[in-house]
Design a protein around this ligand. Structure first.
Ligand code: MG
Ligand code: MG
Length: 257
């Protein structure tokens, strides 16, 4: 499928959907504490999304090559789980000091937004704090590199250059992506790259930017459930994501509160 641009009207709908998604993630993350299970967080997210009249876009999603559809409304990934942790199978009870990524998507009036945050459970150690802060900053750096005429390689280059001094592993197998008409669209937006390479961004394109950083090496592997990506070396991983619309002057974040 070619890369699409969205109309003004569609961007308005995506902005409302993005705001709703940001509210859901804020309310779910406020419930993160020791003793809460991943299933409870999933159920709350689903309830909040549906209360707003929207649809959880991940539930029943069939990614290319997957053997079964995704069985939950959000992804909840704990510690060495990078992304796509299934919250309602092999349910996890959160412990003090864990870090947990909440990745959600919703369909508002037919249009899709996507956003993720990583938060600490109770008190977290300095290393976890730094990993979270750096990943969130890496997202901001990526967003700043977006404007009409820039390339996906420019975005990846900006993120990679920012992360380099920290000695974290940048996950390479997973990346940002176009979004809006579907959960995943073209283009692929890697978190590494070379200036000038990749797809040229145009005003009206809607993309998700989502750096994933590991405390150790960059390697990841797919767990037996067919969805959860975990770090190869068992190190912790963080992930922050926004859906943005490309404008002539920059990126406009759609998934802010
Ligand atoms: Mg996401
Ligand atoms: Mg995404």
């Amino acid at each position: 499928m070619p890369i699409t641009t969205k109309t003004k009207k569609e961007i308005g709908i995506l902005r409302e959907g993005g705001k709703r998604l940001a509210r859901v993630l804020a309310r779910v993350s406020a419930e993160v504490r020791p003793g809460v299970s991943s299933r409870e967080l999933n159920d709350l997210a689903e309830k909040l999304i549906r209360e707003g009249g929207d649809i959880p876009s991940f539930l029943g999603y069939a990614p290319t090559g997957a053997k079964r559809v995704y069985p939950a409304s959000i992804c909840v990934s704990v510690n060495d789980e990078v992304v796509h942790g299934i919250p309602n199978e092999g349910e996890k009870v959160l412990k003090e000091g864990d870090i947990v990524t909440l990745d959600g998507g919703l369909i508002h009036e037919g249009l899709f937004t996507d956003s993720a945050i990583t938060v600490g459970v109770g008190k977290i150690d300095e290393g976890a704090q730094k990993l979270l802060e750096t990943t969130q900053k890496a997202l901001a750096v990526g967003v700043k590199a977006v404007f009409a005429g820039a390339t996906t390689g420019d975005v990846g280059f900006a993120i990679e250059s920012f992360v380099k001094p920290f000695d974290y592993g940048i996950v390479r197998e997973l990346a940002g992506h176009g979004v809006g008409y579907a959960v995943h669209e073209e283009p692929f937006v890697p978190n590494f790259g070379k200036k000038g390479e990749g797809a040229v961004l145009k005003a009206g394109m809607v993309i998700a930017i989502e750096p994933m950083l590991n405390e150790g090496g960059a390697g990841v592997k797919l767990a037996k459930d067919g969805y959860t990506y975990i770090t190869k070396d068992g190190s912790r991983s963080a992930h922050f994501e926004h859906t943005v619309v490309v404008t002539e002057n920059g990126a406009d974040i759609l998934t802010n509160l």
